[in-house]
Ligand binder design. Structure first.
Ligand code: 6PG
Length: 470
């Protein structure tokens, strides 16, 4: 029997969809799952693609069915399962056989796996795959990391299965070791923030203006025709429109307001803190998810303090203000995300191709949007400049800042929580303030710890003549 071009381990939703995608693009693939029943069920549902797929029941069988030098994609749960799988596979493989971890790995784990592979002289890639089930099946966005030579060996397959922006494949090598998974983590951090900002605007419409889910859906649909055109706005419109077959009510109205998370957004925040890179919009979004999960405390809070007086008067915030708030908030969030990538690139010596990151996110992934095309252009001109200073985005900020300010200030005055959008506005205000208040911080540090300060009128480091008894 003819050998497969590639193998895949792990037939969970993402692995199964990716396998079908690979087979559909014409590559013969061997698949393996720890529990054989899952492999049987997968094959039973493979339809016409069945003849491109070789099901295997042992790792030995899997390895034997793939042409050398082999490539095997792991789509298993991130964490120790990946290490276990690598440990089980490596003894069965030749030195030149390539293992690709395509799960949502923490980039630090990928760094460690890449170093171990390098020491052993075997190829290894860690790739971030975004787009959920649908993306995996029909075209995800792929962020590759690891040895360039290993990427070059499989890029024709990864490009073929990826989403396309026009003719351009959304599959790019980002750099060495864990860089692909780092870019994926930042993608997810931005995903959290985009989702949170949309939820905040939804909250103003629902609680401030008492709009129904259907009315809100129309607003999202309208925005999806303009600057905000994006997958997340589109699906927000779709979920707001949907009815619950059991109760007949809008589904949104019967969903508990407690959001889960697997933790990739949190990784982004933790790494940003390690790097000293400010990403307050993403931090606010991650915190908001954490607060959402404290349902009991929130209920206790409402009975103790009363619900915030949230009703707004017509015209307090216009629909245009809401749209502006999302546009300006989005720019601030992405400016922070790309600046974080810049910091990581320098700190880890990666040379991350920032315009290519924006390009690879244009299609296939969860944060895909029209604005990413403009971001790719702006970053192409100057990748290390904060996006808010790129003329195109500076003009957008000038146009939409007032709407963001109105939306945030009226919401806060009326007890409507808008943490991510408020963070975006505060970041904007801080970033356009040349004389901040950190002179006070420096004075305090020097007072209690003799940490010294710089003066505005002469160079060098100075101490104050503080009077501790005053
Ligand atoms: C993607 C998504 C995907 C996934 C995350 C969501 O890019 O396709 O980001 O990776 O949906 O698991 O993460 P949370 O469970 O943390 O919300």
């Amino acid at each position: 029997m003819e050998k497969s071009e590639i193998g895949l381990v792990g037939l969970g939703t993402m692995g199964a969809m990716l396998s079908l995608n690979i087979a559909e693009k014409g590559f013969a693939i061997s698949v393996y799952n720890r529990t054989g029943a899952k492999t049987d069920a997968f094959m039973a549902g493979a339809g016409d693609l069945e003849n491109k797929i070789t099901p295997t029941k042992t790792l030995e069988e899997l390895v034997a069915s793939i042409a050398s030098p082999r490539t095997i994609i792991l789509m298993v749960q991130a964490g120790s399962a990946v290490d276990d799988q690598i440990a089980a596979l490596r003894p069965l493989l030749n030195k030149e056989d390539l293992i690709i971890d395509a799960g949502n790995a923490n980039f630090r784990d990928t760094n460690a796996r890449a170093s171990a592979a390098m020491e052993a002289g075997v190829p290894f890639l860690g790739i971030g795959v975004s787009g959920g089930e649908e993306g995996a099946r029909h075209g995800p966005s792929i962020m590759g990391g690891g040895q360039r030579s290993a990427w070059d060996r499989v890029s024709h397959i990864l490009e073929a299965i990826s989403a396309k922006h026009g003719e351009t494949a959304c599959a790019t090598w980002m750099g060495e070791s864990g860089s692909g998974h780092f870019v994926k983590a930042v993608h997810n951090g931005i995903e959290y923030a985009d989702m949170q900002m949309i939820a905040e605007v939804y909250g103003v419409m629902r609680d401030g203006f008492n709009q129904s889910a259907k009315e809100i859906a129309d607003v999202f649909d309208g925005w999806n025709q303009g600057v905000l055109q994006s997958y997340l706005i589109e699906i927000s419109g779709a979920v707001a429109k949907a009815d619950d077959p059991t109760s007949g009510k809008p589904v949104l109205d019967i969903i508990l307001d407690r959001a889960g998370q697997k933790g990739t957004g949190r990784w982004t925040v933790v790494e940003a803190q390690h790097l000293g890179a400010p990403i307050p919009v993403i931090e606010a979004a991650v915190s908001a998810r954490n607060i959402s999960s404290q349902l009991n405390e929130r209920q206790q809070g409402e009975s103790l303090f009363g619900a915030a007086p949230t009703s707004l008067n017509e015209g307090d915030i216009s629909p245009q203000d809401l749209e502006s708030a999302l546009i300006a908030g989005k720019i601030m969030c992405y400016a922070q995300g790309f600046a974080l990538l810049n910091s990581a690139s320098e700190a880890f010596d990666w040379s991350l191709p920032l315009p290519a990151v924006a390009e690879v996110w244009r299609e296939g992934c969860i944060i895909r949007s029209a604005m990413l095309n403009d971001m790719a252009t702006a970053l192409g001109t100057d990748p290390s400049r904060n996006l808010m200073f790129a003329p195109f985005f500076a003009d957008l900020m000038k146009k939409h800042e007032a709407g963001l300010r109105k939306m945030v200030s009226v919401s806060l005055a009326n007890g409507l929580p808008v943490p991510a959008l408020a963070s975006a506005l505060t970041y904007f205000d801080m970033m356009r303030t040349s004389r901040s208040t950190a002179n006070m911080i420096q004075a305090q540090r020097d007072f209690f710890g003799a940490h010294s300060f710089e003066r505005i009128d002469s160079a060098g480091s100075h101490h104050g003549h503080w009077d501790p008894t005053a």
